[in-house]
Design a protein around this ligand. Structure first.
Ligand code: GLU
Length: 297
């Protein structure tokens, strides 16, 4: 029997209504206007309102946001990161991230303050998970913030992350965060409706998959070579990798289209939106081991 089908299964969706600890990831392409690369304030505003409303329902909320490098490039007037050498390119990227992360947080803080919601910033690298003491500290910080009713806003620490210590994309980062904090649900908001049997932009016969019960090799192979949009770093491959981490550590995951941010409360209301990956907690799922092997597989 195939591990996925195109039928809807209300039971698993019904269970989504009970989820208490929610991680939401939003990608760069969802945060900026495609035509100009400037931030989409309306969408940001709607996102923040949705998150505050979920928080008001008594649920724990964590936001994983991309967009630092894109915002920084915009601020210093660089269209693309090109340069004479890889080292120089890395330095430019890190400088853009330093400028952009602060700008991004300034906007988030302003928007969250409008709803009287306290927000915090957490920046991570691979070392945050691989190193036992770092992981322990990060876990404690998240737990404490959530206990205080704060919404942590997470990104990779792009200003210091080089190849050796980078997680590399925020799909993977959000799944790692979900696993670290024992979340119940991870929602990846992106510029696609969810998982299809093939690339719907190229194959009109591609069928939408509303639910995945088991992540098979066949399915993981489907995402290979997919790069998605040209902003951000996540395509379908990184989303399936995220699904592997999330479901393996016992977290359900939904991929959904961010073009209407209201999709977030419809998902949490158990409605059939996006693709739901049903979790299967693997006995002894080794998060640091998994993160340590990233980019080496
Ligand atoms: N951390 C990067 C940024 O904030 C984005 C990574 C991603 O989009 O996956 O710009």
């Amino acid at each position: 029997m195939a591990a996925f089908n195109t039928e809807k299964k209300p039971a698993a969706r019904e269970a989504v209504r009970e989820k208490r600890r929610i991680v939401v990831k939003i990608g760069s392409s969802s945060l900026q206007h495609a035509q100009t690369g400037d931030l989409d304030y309306i969408r940001l505003e709607k996102l923040v309102r949705e998150l505050c409303d979920i928080r008001n329902q008594g649920k724990d909320v964590i936001l994983v946001t991309s967009g630092a490098i894109a915002a920084g490039r915009k601020a210093v007037g660089i269209r693309e990161i090109t340069g004479e050498s890889p080292e120089r390119q890395m330095a430019v990227k890190q400088a853009c991230a330093a400028v952009g992360q602060a700008r991004l947080m300034m906007i988030y803080q302003k928007l969250f303050a409008e709803y009287n919601q306290v927000a915090a910033q957490i920046l991570m690298t691979k070392n945050t998970i691989v190193d036992d003491l770092n992981r322990f500290n990060a876990h404690n910080t998240f737990s404490q913030l959530l206990e205080m009713g704060v919404i942590p806003i997470v990104n990779e620490n792009d200003t210091v992350a080089t190849y050796e210590i980078e997680i590399g994309d925020n799909d993977t980062l959000s799944a790692i965060v979900a696993a670290l904090v024992d979340a119940d649900l991870l929602v990846l908001l992106s510029d696609i409706d969810g998982l299809y049997t093939d690339d719907p932009r190229q194959n009109p016969d591609a069928a939408f998959i509303p639910q995945v019960d088991e992540l098979t090799e066949e399915l993981l192979a489907m995402g290979k070579g997919s790069t998605g949009s040209n902003v951000g770093t996540g395509g379908m491959n990184t989303k399936l990798q995220a699904a592997r981490i999330a479901t393996g550590s016992g977290v359900d995951m939904v991929i959904a289209n961010s073009k209407d941010i209201g999709i977030l409360h419809r998902i949490l209301d158990g409605r059939e939106e996006g693709t739901l990956f049903v979790s299967h907690r693997e006995e002894g799922f080794d998060l640091p081991g998994f993160v340590n092997r990233l980019h080496r597989q």
